[in-house]
Design a protein around this ligand. Structure first.
Ligand SMILES: [Zn+2]
Length: 355
């Protein structure tokens, strides 16, 4: 099951997903906002001999294009295209397989995803491969029928380009990049758990159309929150798999499941989720903090260099300390150390299919 190093799509992506599920491990899907985070992700993956998923939220893509671009929508599209081109150029030289993905898109962001599929269409014509491996639609705030009919429309566009679609069923608590849901203290939290019947409905509609994955809510929360009234219940994933398997007489774990809001989760619940066909776990909040913590420590340890270009008392030049390659690298190192931990939790170290 060896794959060529670089960005994977189509059959190679399916091989990668199936290897994860059969091997009982998952890939970290890491939110990136620029070349620092993209390169740190590839470095961590190469160091751990793990395949990896690089994903951009709409806000991350906009930041990638530059906060100064006046047309925000264009920036979201072109930033995502730019990040993908960067990864297509470099990934094979890191010697691992990289999945390129975009994160949460609600109804307002459907035009963003459609515009990115347009770019994959032209990329496919030129190279025989899409620009992105997969995109994500999060219409979990809408009725199940509205959610799934839009997902079906999108998957029909994507499947001929060898692309995969990730959908969300049930509401993951918390907030990420302005897309989110409040959890009130003491409120009834049953709506935060995905219903296996909804997952079956998605499978019935989407599996004839192309390759897809499901982010199901089992008490997971975006970001890190105080422990509240929502408990992680990975058995919801098991029950969803069982219902589809029984209904369609498939092999075990027919669904490709995604764990959103993995930051701050108990390690035992992560391990349990992996046995139910979870092949991807999103990580953002924890890697953001790791980057910031390392930069913060560097700045505090070298405080004078961030105040004076030259020491006003003894004339010492501080260029070696304030050089952005020093403090950005400190951030990258913290980011990589946190990813080492995530890759260990997910069991993907040493499992890269790239050869
Ligand atoms: Zn989500």
């Amino acid at each position: 099951m060896a794959l060529k190093p670089g960005v994977v799509s189509g059959e190679d992506y399916i091989t990668l997903v199936n290897a994860c599920k059969e091997g009982g491990y998952a890939l970290a899907a890491v939110n990136c906002v620029g070349t620092d985070s993209v390169n740190a992700v590839m470095e961590a993956a190469a160091k751990n001999k793990s395949d990896i998923i690089i994903q951009l939220s709409n806000g991350g893509a906009q930041f990638y294009a530059g906060q100064g671009m006046s047309d925000g929508f264009q920036a979201k599209v072109l930033g995502a295209v730019s990040a993908a081109q960067h990864v297509h150029l470099l990934a094979e030289h890191y010697g691992i397989c990289v999945v390129l993905h975009t994160d949460h898109a609600n109804r307002k962001l459907v035009p963003w995803v459609d515009a990115l599929i347009d770019h994959s269409e032209s990329h496919y014509k030129a190279t025989g491969r899409p620009l992105y491996t997969s995109h994500m639609l999060d219409l979990s705030e809408e009725s199940i029928d509205d959610n799934l009919s839009e997902c079906a429309r999108m998957l029909k566009r994507m499947a001929p380009l060898d692309m995969s679609l990730e959908i969300e069923l049930g509401i993951t608590g918390g907030e990420e990049d302005g897309v989110g849901h409040e959890i009130e203290e003491g409120a009834d939290s049953s709506h935060l758990y995905t219903q296996p019947e909804d997952v079956l409905q998605a499978y019935d509609l989407l599996s004839p159309l192309g390759h897809f994955s499901v982010a199901a809510s089992f008490g997971n929360v975006h970001g890190v929150y105080k422990p509240g009234n929502v408990k992680l219940r990975p058995e919801i994933l098991r029950n969803s798999q069982a219902l589809v398997q029984e209904t369609h007489a498939t092999a075990a774990n027919p669904l490709n499941l995604v764990f959103h809001g993995g930051s701050g989760s108990e390690k035992a619940k992560i391990a349990e989720a992996l046995t139910y066909g979870v092949f991807k776990m999103n990580i953002d909040t924890d890697t953001q903090f790791a980057f910031a913590e390392s930069v913060g420590k560097y700045v505090m340890d070298n405080a004078r260099a961030f105040k004076y270009q030259i020491d006003p008392e003894d004339g010492t030049p501080y260029k070696k300390q304030y050089d952005p390659r020093k403090w950005l690298r400190a951030g990258e190192e913290g980011f990589i150390a946190r990813l080492d931990e995530a890759i260990a939790d997910l069991g993907s170290a040493g499992k890269s299919l790239a050869q």
